[in-house]
Write a protein that binds this ligand. Structure first.
Ligand code: PNW
Length: 479
């Protein structure tokens, strides 16, 4: 018994990955709708056009959550359902807003706590066209603040808000690697435009300022009346030095955390980018104006942590490439002794290593002054899962084991390392549109049969979380 009483646990999803219904009730296009149209960008040539059809199945999804015992549900809003053109001077689409208001009510009626992410990568396409989207550090934050205000006003019952999901992915994968929308990169074989040496740093800066603006609006005008908490959701993988006896690798491992997590969390908790980033990136890393810093510093009520995997980190000698986004190091699955970090999954970047979770929870907790942490995503794909017959897919023992190991590692961090973790969301409630990998990679605890009406079938892992959490959460003291 290691998790506090009242610990919230449940499942997570994101709008573009599950909703489908991309033209229904006046929704406008996001950068992901456009990106999916470009040949070769999505592994199976698919898109979120239908996905899990969740926009049309809210009752079914709520019933599913309830049947699995979920205490909470993390989902994201489609900005372009609510403001189809995205901007602060553009019309609000009442039908889109009403959909989410009803959904929140339905969740609450079922006794499930809604955990709402304002934006999970699906930036309005028209803002990208109008002024370059995330590359405009003054316009975008104002439009995001406006969108956030519309939503805060309409959903006073929501007590848990996240501004952005994984700004690292939006910035690096969207503006350096070119693997995510809007697909910008220096690599001209992938995209006609983009500068991977400057744009990711600017996009991230814009996201931080936009987050800060939404948080200030929430604290000034909504929180005093409605209560509630708001934060940002950051991804971060655990690190181990390739050679633990080599200080260069030990430093490189630390630098990797600074370039992925510290990039966003240091400005929020400490008021500036990490020194290691400034040292490597110089003027390419934006500087906070006094006004920006006042918005960003102290802007988290809690830390939203997405976590999946771990790596061995090896220092790279010589000068960093201007395209480097990781801190001039190698990210490996084997260490100097040839030990492997964990078994393969369907995701090339993901290998289970639960001890890394405990480590990283401790690192975040210590570096940022023991914040309240919600684990907003954790989960795994399975190597070759999509090629198995349905009965075999439903017997996902590998995923059951993953959750068991990771949740116990988290409980240990809470019990022994003083980590203030208050909630956990398994990624994902169901198989869904896995971005550039399309539907080939499945992360769900429920199988979705895309060929037969998007029917959901709980896998073994779906029902494994309830007994696991019940065994770990402290019971309310008996009087
Ligand atoms: C997260 N990486 O993304 C997202 O928040 C989800 O939408 C996604 O479906 C889930 O993880 C599974 O991939 C990530 O390459 C995508 O390191 C890529 C990486 C990490 C997280």
């Amino acid at each position: 018994m290691a998790l506090r009483s009242g610990f919230l646990w449940g499942f997570a999803t994101a709008a573009y990955q599950i909703e489908g219904a991309i033209d229904k009730d006046g929704r406008g296009p996001s950068v992901w709708d456009e990106f999916c149209k470009r040949p070769g960008k999505i592994a199976d040539g698919s898109s979120g056009e239908v996905a899990c059809d969740s926009y049309n199945r809210t009752a079914e999804d709520v019933a599913l959550l309830k049947s699995l015992g979920a205490k909470a549900y993390r989902f994201s809003l489609s900005w372009t359902r609510i403001i189809p053109l995205g901007g602060r001077g553009d019309p609000v689409n009442q039908a889109g807003l009403d959909h989410y208001v009803r959904f929140v009510d339905d969740l609450l009626a079922a006794g499930i706590v809604p955990f709402v992410t304002l934006s999970h990568w699906d930036v309005p396409e028209s803002l990208d066209r109008r002024y370059g989207g995330l590359l405009n550090r003054s316009e975008f934050p104002l439009d995001f603040e406006h969108f956030a205000r519309v939503v805060f006003k309409a959903m006073p019952k929501v007590q848990h808000w996240a501004t952005f999901n994984e700004p690292w992915c939006s910035s690096v994968l969207g503006y350096n690697v070119g693997q995510f929308a809007p697909g910008r990169t220096s690599d001209r074989s992938k995209n006609p435009e983009g500068d991977g040496t400057t744009e990711p740093w600017l996009a991230a800066h814009t996201l931080l300022v936009a987050h800060g603006r939404a948080v200030k609006a929430f604290r000034d005008d909504f929180k005093p009346v409605n209560g509630g908490q708001i934060g940002i959701v950051l991804n971060g993988d655990a690190v181990f030095p390739w050679d633990a006896a080599d200080p260069a690798d030990v430093n490189a491992a630390q630098r990797k955390l600074e370039f992925t997590i510290g990039w966003f969390a240091d400005p929020i908790y400490h008021g500036d980018y990490p020194v290691s980033m400034r040292k490597q990136l110089g003027k390419r890393l934006p500087t906070f104006t006094a006004e920006e810093l006042a918005l960003v510093r102290g802007s988290n009520d809690y830390y939203g942590m997405n976590h999946y995997t771990a790596n061995y980190i090896k220092n790279r000698p010589g000068e960093p490439s201007p395209e480097d986004v990781a801190g001039h190091l190698d990210i490996l699955f084997h260490n100097k002794n040839g030990d492997c970090i964990g078994p393969e999954t369907q995701s090339p970047w993901l290998r289970p290593c639960a001890p890394g979770f405990r480590d990283l929870l401790g690192w975040i907790s210590r570096r940022y002054g023991h914040p309240i942490i919600y684990v907003t995503e954790n989960g795994t794909s399975l190597k070759g899962e999509n090629d198995l017959p349905r009965e075999a897919i439903l017997a996902d023992d590998f995923r059951v084991r993953y959750y068991d190991d990771y949740v116990r590692a988290m409980a240990t961090a809470a019990a022994l390392d003083g980590v203030d973790v208050r909630g956990y969301f398994a990624w994902s409630l169901m198989d869904n549109f896995e971005w550039h990998e399309g539907y080939e990679t499945r992360f769900g605890v429920c199988y979705v049969d895309y060929d037969n009406g998007q029917t959901r079938y709980p896998k073994k892992s779906a029902s494994s979380l309830k007994p696991l959490f019940e065994s770990l959460i402290k019971q309310q003291e008996q009087r």
